[in-house]
Design a protein around this ligand. Structure first.
Ligand code: ATP
Ligand code: MG
Length: 393
């Protein structure tokens, strides 16, 4: 009996030389994280162009493999011995497990695709495909259809074994977390920033998180949400850290300094300024926010430019051109929507003016910031940071 396993494929297009080695290192780390805690120890075997998972029940391997960023194809498979006869027997076993018998299955249009990673195998790919195909016709009586098959039998000849599979599922895709560097995500309790974080991870950024609370003017509810969101996002990368910084007093100082209708933008700049300093301490190379152009009055183009100017690192906005319904659909898909929809006391609504200025300039904001001595404030805020590791629990 051939044993079940799961084959994983990843995008190879841009992978040459050193990049490829780094990519594979990050992918291996992500796979190990995703397989941690499986019901049985998982074997992860990395070969040129394919990773083979085995050890735990197939359903579990498949479900866990679907979490891994950087994996394009998840392919449940059987592992056959390294011979033509064993391959034929394994195809037969795979078809029986899926379709029962020829009477139960009826006629299915099928194709066999064969591919050799081991060029010393005694039979060429085309001949192997034709040979297996003729056995399937004999045993099942199915018609061959190479252009639009209902059942696609894939045979991959490796160096010590042959893999047979009937199905290819789409994986998360993207680049393995870490392959593009490190970023600090400004995480609120809403729908947008967790999705922005996920999309940044999908482009290979390992993410740290910072959440600003209105404490001591507001309670801990927004921190609970941020904690729960990071725990959910941690499934995609592992070892995620959440930094929580209370800015209630600073918000009040901005109001006292006469921020008026600039209050929201002034708060946003304060967050970006503080996050920028924290990111440098953490060795991150970029900031990530959940802004979407024009979604709310604080996210006009002019306001985005004013906020961005408070950062020295690149300020990335993965959702800049996304509609709210697209963002919410993605939040549901990745599992953060249920948390984001819970109510909380958001620090942004605190001291929020009746009208938000839509056309601010950096010069206006710098005026307010001078009055409240921002440069002295940021180190004080950073001294109060609390660090959590939500994925560890
Ligand atoms: P979200 O759905 O992410 O809360 P939003 O539509 O509510 O976004 P804003 O409140 O204008 O938009 O915030 C814009 C971005 O600023 C957020 O996506 C997030 O990256 C950052 N941000 C806002 N509030 C906080 C906060 N309290 N802590 C950390 N980052 C924040
Ligand atoms: Mg928000």
């Amino acid at each position: 009996m051939a044993r079940p396993c799961v084959l994983l494929k990843y995008g190879e297009l841009m992978l040459k030389g050193r990049n490829r080695g780094r990519f594979e290192d990050h992918l291996r780390e992500a796979l190990q994280h995703a397989m941690d805690g499986a019901s049985a120890p998982v074997r992860i075997s990395q070969r040129p162009g394919v990773v083979v998972l085995s050890g735990a029940p197939l359903d579990e391997l498949v479900e866990r493999a679907h979490r891994v960023i950087g994996v394009n194809v998840v392919q449940p498979a059987f592992r056959a011995g390294h011979s033509v006869d064993d391959t034929v027997a394994t195809v037969s076993q795979a078809l029986q497990e899926r379709f029962g018998s020829p009477e139960q299955s009826g006629a299915r249009r099928f194709a066999v695709r064969a591919r050799r990673r081991d060029k010393t195998f005694p039979m060429g790919s085309d001949r192997l495909a034709a040979h297996v195909g003729s056995k399937v016709v004999e045993e099942w009586g199915w018609p061959v259809d190479l252009t639009n098959p209902e059942v696609e039998i894939t045979i991959e000849v490796d160096h010590r074994e042959v893999f047979v599979s009937l199905e290819k599922q789409r994986g998360q895709g993207g680049l393995p977390v870490g392959a593009s560097g490190r970023a600090l995500v400004l995480l609120s309790g809403g729908y947008d920033s967790p999705v922005a974080a996920y999309r940044a991870m999908r482009r290979g950024l390992r993410c740290d998180f910072v959440h600003f609370t209105g404490a001591p003017l507001t309670g801990p509810s927004s921190t609970y949400k941020a904690y729960a969101l990071v725990r959910e996002l941690d499934r995609f990368q592992g070892d995620s850290r959440l930094h929580v910084i209370p800015i209630g007093n600073a918000q009040r100082a901005l109001a006292t300094a006469g921020a008026g209708d600039l209050q929201i933008i002034a708060q946003r700049r304060l967050m970006v300024h503080t996050a920028d300093a924290l990111a440098r301490d953490l060795g991150a190379q970029a900031l990530v926010v959940g802004d979407s152009l024009g979604q709310v009055s604080s996210q006009t183009l002019a306001n985005m430019a004013t906020v961005e100017q408070a950062a020295s690192l690149p300020l990335l906005r993965p959702l800049v051109a996304w509609d709210k319904d697209e963002i919410i659909a993605e939040a549901r898909r990745i599992g953060t929507a249920e948390i984001s929809k819970l109510p909380d006391e958001d620090c942004c609504s605190l001291l929020s003016p009746p009208r938000v200025a839509t056309r601010t300039t950096p010069t206006q904001l710098e005026g307010v910031e001078r009055r409240m001595e921002l440069d002295e404030l940021v180190p004080k805020l950073l001294a109060d940071v609390q660090v959590h590791v939500p994925g560890a629990a």
